[in-house]
Design a protein around this ligand. Structure first.
Ligand SMILES: Nc1nc2c(c(=O)[nH]1)N[C@H]1C(S)=C(S)[C@@H](COP(=O)(O)OP(=O)(O)OC[C@H]3O[C@@H](n4cnc5c(=O)[nH]c(N)nc54)[C@H](O)[C@@H]3O)O[C@H]1N2
Ligand SMILES: Nc1nc2c(c(=O)[nH]1)N[C@H]1C(S)=C(S)[C@@H](COP(=O)(O)OP(=O)(O)OC[C@H]3O[C@@H](n4cnc5c(=O)[nH]c(N)nc54)[C@H](O)[C@@H]3O)O[C@H]1N2
Ligand code: SF4
Ligand SMILES: [Mo]
Length: 905
């Protein structure tokens, strides 16, 4: 077939970039930014631009698999058997234990149409509110914040406000990594108008700080105190908008009383910043003509998430900075369709069209529209509560779609126990490799990026048409179709002879049914259809029937969707984070994102080049903290919280403050034994029920693991992963990753207290192809040391070092360079340092800074030593000239030891 192009969207973050998928009808061959899409105008970040390199077919779920009893292996089955079986189990569970004995746990990465049919299935057919989504871990505090303060869950701004603002406060968001294309827009705006002020509020000095005129490295969890402190100064210094407050708000009097106590001295102390920094921040907020705030998980994922959201919105209300160009409280959504989930009401407490499950009138409206007698009244379970009820046996059948709870939920030991205990777990997944897949009794293969059709809504309320480029592989099917097929079968049990609720044949029909539920409501999108999006392009809601264009900005008239049309100031005191540092757990562990990985890495973890920037799980600690613990970069430590422990390598990193530690969220049990979330806490915000994933109390202890193994093997990395990972189960430290670009390889590191028996090494060698053939070998059994290197056609193709692994860096470098060294044998046998001319440095110089142009940190540093500036580096090395994701880091290297901004006190 000919090469064709299909316009669709990126399946990663909430920026919602348009992509052009190049394909031949069967395979996706390339991807580029859609120049006509208003979110990105042709730009893509390092993740979007490598989409076509990810999603290795070997890792995909290709046909349904069913397990007929706990302890048995899953076997291949067909769709009819799979869905009939599921309908039987759900029907009999509901018959015996009632509708609230089953639950659905779904995802902000589903399309709006997928979401809608799941929601209708749970509420209208099953009759339960037990349907929640991973957005509970992500956006639910923002939902509460907007609703409490403004009356509806609607981010009022547009991306163009980034360009129009003159003071942008980025708080609890590392947009340089997590929303890179928006960050590029902000960089360009600031380059054009250097007078624009950028404030970053984050305990860590992230790449986002590269743009900051002021970085407040506040103590974790102290945001509410900071916002109240800023408001205190605004009130004191008369930098508020009394006319706006009088005309459009309620509740300032009470809030004034509360923030009276938040004196600059007290706030500076609570937040760990200086009073000058606080004053400067308040001055910029109070004197700018257009003040915009952007926030993400640093506010939402907190036991005070709702309070943080409202305290920030208070600042906008007090200054009248909302409903105007360049101004407003703008929550960045994480997942590509977290917004669609909120619109379709796919959180336990919601109903479609921004309605409430607890509101009898709302329930009656939706029930009437769906043609059912009533909707369930009993409160539904939210994510953390839901898994708790799975664990204690109340929930007996659990349907999971498009999320990987055995990686991403906090307190993994409890979550895994729940999944283990649950009598029937269905998983609708695109990849069969995830941690959760291991627990599925029924695995249903789902179509994924480029293979499905529907709509998504991005952070600025803009709905895009997601178009299918190719057919899904194997027997995989689009999510809406799986859900509808199951629902139709379940209807035969639960509503025999009654009119069908799920007469959908195309996703467009689903959308058309859904949109009527938004008619006349704040988000009215009754004027939108798939066809209209094809004609007019992506549109922002509200877009009522008859409208000719969407709505870029809400509340321009100062009228809010509350009963009396006024916005509400919310007065809630600052409360310290749940796990305070104490003698038992003296460090605060912060978790967050890496530039080139997505969540549990089911997709990004299949592309070796996305490991170039960060190659393994590393715990970042301030150099003083390393010294205090007598540790060096690269040492292994046991990291313990009250709930679990993992063994991980440490790295010196002065972007975290002493007393804190940072570990990326991506490493689940597959890549790092135990996984990051065995440490995190399930405590949640009382209103939003969003768990505290950002902070947990931890301590580090030395890990005495003298025996270690390093292996690298080229070829079918997925197959190697599947063969080798289970063999490592009994060791204390296990870390896997990929390396290389054109020739990908799997990397394994293992460490343990004692050496395993030699048969184990034989098994490993067999799988690495190191038993016979062109293999260099060295063994010293007395010291349990053994080394193997396979050389084919003049280059290394596999390495295994056991007992001691000091040669791993230079051997890895030789492999990367695709050459061998003439002295390899001699050097392999004895000394620990690299042969002359072979780099012996570890990950920092190997690190690929620029993924697009494959430029390493070593090359950039060499360029800087030659006197090149950013322009010179771009010209000579090509780095930073394509997606731009590496530019902040290059600038940081250029600035060398000089910190870019006024930072910690
Ligand atoms: N590369 C990449 N991009 C992504 C994703 C991904 O997996 N990878 N996931 C997407 C999703 S679903 C989401 S939700 C977003 C998340 O996007 P972000 O929220 O921007 O990303 P995080 O790194 O989780 O957290 C942001 C910052 O919050 C800071 N922080 C921690 N505690 C506090 C605190 O108490 N106060 C303040 N002010 N800051 C704090 C952390 O140091 C961190 O730098 O990213 C989206 N984009
Ligand atoms: N410690 C810590 N933990 C966190 C966070 C944190 O900051 N720190 N952040 C939290 C946040 S904000 C989020 S959003 C969650 C994300 O957590 P998860 O939802 O678990 O993240 P993903 O790995 O993206 O899971 C999505 C799954 O859907 C599969 N998939 C992809 N496309 C499709 C499709 O079209 N259909 C179906 N059925 N499946 C598909 C993917 O293979 C993947 O396994 O993690 C949360 N966990
Ligand atoms: S910013 Fe990057 S990850 Fe987010 S939608 Fe755009 S290309 Fe995808
Ligand atoms: Mo998220």
């Amino acid at each position: 077939m000919n090469r064709q192009t299909t316009a669709s969207t990126c399946c990663y973050c909430g920026v919602g970039c348009g992509v052009l998928i190049e394909h031949d009808g069967e395979q996706i061959l390339g991807v580029s930014g859609d120049p006509t899409h208003p979110a990105n105008f042709g730009k893509l970040c390092s993740k979007g631009s490598t989409l076509h390199l990810t999603g290795d077919l070997a890792a995909r779920a290709l046909y349904p698999q069913l397990r007929l009893g706990k302890g048995l292996a899953r076997g291949r089955t067909d769709w009819d058997t799979a869905l009939d079986h599921a309908a039987n189990v759900f029907a009999s569970t509901i018959a015996e234990h009632g509708p609230d004995s089953v639950a659905f746990y779904i995802s902000g990465q589903l399309l709006t149409e997928d979401y809608y049919v799941f929601n209708k299935l749970a509420r209208a057919l099953v009759g339960t509110n037990n349907i929640d989504s991973n957005s509970r871990l992500c956006m639910s505090s923002a939902v509460v914040g907007y609703k409490r303060s403004l009356g509806a869950d609607a981010p009022p701004c547009s991306y163009e406000d980034l360009e129009l603002s003159d003071c942008v406060m980025i708080v609890g968001s590392n947009m340089a990594y997590a929303h890179p294309v928006l960050f590029r827009r902000l960089e360009e705006a600031k380059a054009r108008r250097p007078g624009m002020k950028v404030i970053v509020i984050d305990p860590r000095r992230t790449d986002t700080c590269d743009l900051a005129d002021l970085h407040l490295a506040i103590l974790p969890g102290s945001d509410v105190a900071l916002f109240h402190g800023i408001l205190h100064l605004l009130l004191w210094e008369g930098r508020i908008d009394p006319a706006f407050i009088r005309a459009h708000t309620d509740g300032l009097t009470e809030l004034k009383k509360l923030v009276h106590d938040y004196s600059p001295a007290m706030v500076a102390q609570l937040c760990g910043i200086s009073m000058e920094q606080l004053r400067l921040c308040a001055e910029w907020v109070g004197t700018s003509s257009a003040f915009l705030s952007l926030w993400c998980m640093g506010l939402n994922q907190s036991t005070a998430g709702s309070a943080k959201n409202s305290a920030l919105i208070n600042l906008h209300l007090a200054t009248g900075q909302i409903g105007r160009p360049g101004a407003g409280p703008f929550s960045l959504t994480g997942q590509p369709n977290a917004m669609g989930g909120r619109e379709t009401g796919s959180l336990a407490n919601l109903l479609p069209g921004h309605r409430e499950a607890a509101n009898a009138e709302h329930r009656a409206e939706v029930a009437a529209y769906w043609g059912v007698d009533k909707l369930p009244e009993a409160t539904g379970l939210t994510a953390i509560e839901l898994f708790e009820q799975v664990r204690n046996g109340t929930i007996k059948a659990l349907w999971i779609a498009c999320t990987n709870p055995a990686q991403s939920l906090p307190d993994q030991n409890s979550v895994r126990a729940a999944l283990q205990a649950c009598p029937f777990v269905v998983l609708q997944e695109a990849f069969r490799t995830t941690e959760t897949a291991a627990f599925a009794d029924l695995l249903l293969p789902a179509a994924s990026w480029g293979e499905k059709e529907g709509t998504v809504t991005n952070s600025e309320r803009r709905i895009s048409h997601v178009r299918r480029a190719i057919a899904a592989p194997g027997e995989a099917r689009p999510d809406w179709a799986i859900t509808v097929d199951f629902a139709q079968r379940l209807e035969k049990h639960l509503r025999p002879g009654q009119p069908p609720l799920f007469a959908f044949e195309r996703p467009e029909q689903v959308f058309d049914e859904f949109k009527q539920l938004t008619r006349g409501r704040d988000l009215d999108l009754s004027g939108i259809s798939h066809a209209l999006l094809d004609t007019l392009g992506p549109q922002q809601w509200p877009f009522p029937e008859g409208a000719s264009r969407g709505t870029p900005r809400l509340y321009v008239d100062g009228l809010f969707p509350t009963q009396n049309r006024r916005a509400q100031f919310v007065a809630e005191p600052y409360q310290a984070a749940k796990e305070q540092r104490d003698t038992g757990f003296p460090l605060t562990l912060i978790t967050g994102r890496l530039r080139d990985q997505w969540h549990g890495m089911s997709r990004t973890g299949t592309a070796a080049q996305l490991f170039g920037h960060v190659n393994e799980a590393l715990l970042s600690l301030h150099p003083d903290e390393l010294r205090r613990h007598r540790l060096d970069s690269g040492d292994l430590v046991t990291l313990k919280s009250r709930r679990g422990s993992v063994i991980v390598s440490v790295v010196s990193d002065d972007s975290v403050r002493p007393g804190q530690a940072f570990l990326p969220m991506h490493w689940g049990d597959r890549f790092l034994k135990g996984g990051v979330n065995s440490l995190t806490q399930p405590a949640f915000d009382p209103l939003s029920k969003q768990p505290e994933l950002k902070h947990s109390g931890v301590r580090i202890e030395p890990a005495h693991l003298p025996w270690s193994l390093f292996a690298l093997v080229e070829g079918d990395v997925q197959q190697h992963f599947e063969d080798l990972r289970p063999l490592c189960e009994d060791f204390a430290y296990v870390s896997l990753s990929l390396t290389g670009r054109e020739r990908p390889a799997l990397l394994i590191r293992v460490a343990h207290a004692q050496a395993p028996d030699p048969q184990w090494l034989d098994k490993i060698d067999q799988r690495l192809g190191l038993i016979n053939g062109p293999v260099l070998m060295y063994d010293d059994p007395s010291r349990a040391i053994g080394k193997r290197v396979r050389i084919e056609q003049g280059r290394i193709t596999a390495i295994r070092l056991a007992g001691e692994t000091l040669a791993r860096h230079w051997l890895h470098n030789l492999w990367l360079e695709g050459r061998i060294d003439e002295h390899l044998r001699r050097w392999l046998l004895a000394p620990l340092s690299a042969p002359p001319g072979v780099a012996d440095a570890g990950s920092s110089t190997q690190k690929t800074l620029c993924n697009c142009k494959n430029v390493s940190q070593g090359a950039v540093c060499a360029g800087i030593r030659r006197g090149l500036d950013l322009q010179g580096l771009k010209q000579q090395l090509g780095c930073g000239t394509q997606c731009g994701s590496c530019v902040p880091e290059i600038k940081r290297l250029l600035a060398a030891t000089v910190q870019p901004v006024a930072v910690t006190s």
